[in-house]
Design a protein around this ligand. Structure first.
Ligand code: NAD
Length: 332
């Protein structure tokens, strides 16, 4: 089976090629994102493999069907960029990697929080310039603070346990509470209570119509003055305009984002020689208390190996299942 990969980076090629020694698929790598135009470059493939910012909407799916594609393999967990209804209607099978390394994302969330709080990114640059002053580097002690975790699935669960181990008081919100966390004595509260009581809030829910802009003007208005907000989930969870107002009013004391509403035009590329037209990200980057990383929370060796293995195994299983289905149809 031939698989066409979109949005590929050198590290994707390395990890997938290594893993494919076991599977022996034919792999084809495209650097470009998948969209209504780039879909036309596919030739003689049965499957495509896509990432977070590839567009897999109804129009793209219709073209994929004409190209003979049978399987769409997401090499990530979130599937908000895929029109699943259309895929089902068109008989395309979709698979994803639901949990490759929740620890990797939880650890990056913690790294963002600690960096913002203790300003180690500023200290690093300052000391290299022989400036050994501490002015402007004052942080707070995380121990004893209240931390709100929104979404307690694979990643939120690990983050809740990790941050609790620093001596924090953890509040959880999830429409589907996690039994393991309850049995370990964690507290679930309403979203409003979490927003009102937390010194630090971390987002770990998927992007759905219900969670789109879950952080908006109204929810920000009930948060504590100076709250730290970290988002390593999906950019669309935060209304960026509202968060900028929150930063200006100092209601938001620090913001760490690994994801951004308009990231598809920026992330995973070197734009250092380009004039960026997105004024919102320029404004965000100008705040001293904002830390932006470019969707790197998943980016560990262990996670990349696991992503490659699960993605190729998903496709192997779908292909085998399909041939069994076809055989039984022939028998009928
Ligand atoms: P998961 O499906 O295991 O958990 C998500 C949890 O969110 C579930 O418990 C679900 O009940 C809960 N949820 C659903 N609707 C909610 C709502 N309205 N309010 C609060 N909680 C709600 O997902 P996960 O693997 O833990 O991933 C969490 C997020 O992290 C996803 O958005 C995923 O796309 C993102 N992610 C980001 C990276 C990265 O590199 N930055 C990597 C992996 C995953």
């Amino acid at each position: 089976m031939k698989i066409s990969f979109f949005s590929t980076q050198p590290y994707d090629i390395k990890f997938f090629k290594e893993c494919n020694e076991k599977f022996k698929f034919e792999l084809e790598f495209f650097e470009s994102n998948l969209d209504e135009h780039t879909v036309n470059i596919i030739e003689d493939s049965e499957a495509i493999c896509v990432f977070v910012n590839d567009v897999v909407n109804d129009k793209v799916i219709n073209k994929l069907v004409k190209k003979g594609i049978k399987y769409i393999a997401l090499r990530n967990a979130g599937f908000n960029n895929v029109d699943l209804e259309s895929a089902k209607r068109n008989g395309l099978k979709v698979c994803r990697v639901p949990a490759y390394s929740p620890e990797a994302v939880a650890e990056h969330t913690l790294a963002m929080l600690l960096t913002l709080n203790r300003k180690t990114h500023k200290a690093y640059n300052r000391v290299r310039e022989q400036n050994f002053s501490l002015n402007g580097l004052l942080g707070t002690t995380i121990h004893g603070k209240t931390v709100g975790v929104i979404g307690t699935g694979n990643i939120g669960k690990v983050f809740a346990k990790t941050i609790k181990s620093l001596g924090t008081h953890v509040l959880l919100y999830d429409p589907f509470p996690n039994d393991e966390l309850i049995s370990e004595g964690f507290n679930y509260v309403s979203l409003e209570e979490l927003l009102k009581q937390s010194n630090i809030i971390s987002l770990h829910c998927p992007l759905t119509p219900e969670t789109h802009h879950i952080i908006n003007k109204d929810t920000i208005s009930v948060m504590k003055q100076g709250v730290y907000l970290i988002n390593t989930s999906r950019g669309g969870l935060i209304d960026t305009r509202a968060i900028i107002e929150g930063l200006k009013s100092k209601r938001i004391g620090a913001l760490g984002i690994d994801v951004y509403e308009q990231e598809d035009k920026l992330f995973f590329r070197d734009l250092s020689e380009t004039i960026i037209e997105d004024e919102t990200i320029q404004l965000l980057l100008s705040f001293p208390n904002v830390l932006v990383t470019a969707h790197q929370a998943f980016f560990t060796e262990e996670a990349l190996s696991q992503i490659a293995l699960v993605t190729l195994d998903n496709l192997k299983q779908l292909k085998e299942f399909n041939s069994i289905e076809n055989k039984s149809a022939e028998l009928v």
